[in-house]
Design a protein around this ligand. Sequence first.
Ligand SMILES: [Zn+2]
Length: 340
Amino acid sequence: MKAALLVKHHAPLKIADITPLPLDFGQVLVRVLVSGICGAQLQEIRGEKKTGPLPHPLGHEGCGIVEKIGPGVTRVRGGDKVVMHWRNAAGIESDFPKYHYHGATITSGLVTTFAEQAICSENRLTPVPPDTDPTVAALLGCSVSTALATVESEARWGERVLVIGAGGLGLALLGAMEMVEPTRLVCCDLHEDKRIPAEVQGADFVNLAAAEKVTGPFDLVIDTAGAPETMETALEQLAPSGRYVMIGQPRPGQPVCVRNARHFFEGEGKTLRATQGGGFRPDRDIPRYLKLASSIVFHRMVTHVFPLEKINAALDLVTAGQAGRVMIECSPPQALQQAA
Ligand SMILES: [Zn+2]
């Protein structure tokens, strides 16, 4: 089966033929339907985030159909439609999945999605009803669930909110803000073509590249980009007792400068903190989020769809910052039609 492998850092992924090895305890073979591309994979490609030894399969947000279950698996059955996610759910955490590639054995992470099929650990899969839209299910693997969980855990009713970055995650956050009805919702990015998607999601858009400025105060800043310059500007726009929540992070070794530290002592003291996927717990949250996702307009965050063979063009688009969520169709169109 075909998979997009990270063979070398800073290089295009290689579309290669690999063969899944027999399933081990707690492992599940999934036919991947759709996958999203997340900033984490760009970090892996640039070697900024640890992966296993190369070559390495990638991807951590997807939807698929269970083809086969290994020994000990009880949470999913053959034929189940599943969300493939990087956060842990209940169930067994298996050993790292193994594949044959060019006469050698390679391993993957406990979930991968840039492939026609993937061996996943039972605890990285959560079943959803068979009529669930595969794209919506895939988005629940990371971006939409991170957005909903971050809003649930970090946002309060009726605040002034700034979301930094209008990529897939940023747009999902704007949509999720519906739950807490901000009195002011601003989104900034560096690309003018993000204006309309951000405005459609109910935000005032600020194009930082066009020298437009974000003007606070903001009670809550959610940063999906982690760009030091933007952080430095936005930190100064925090309201007394404001909270700055990082989902995106600066690259390793990149300094962030707080110019006026005194400013941090206003009010009750300001907060700068990082969140891991908003603390989202797939088995508990995905059934709830599925209902929310149908009432909140998330499909607008998907701007492009590419077939698996064109994944490098899709990655270039995400790297250039010119897209919302970019989806990869991992199985042939007939399989997708059957599963929709
Ligand atoms: Zn992700």
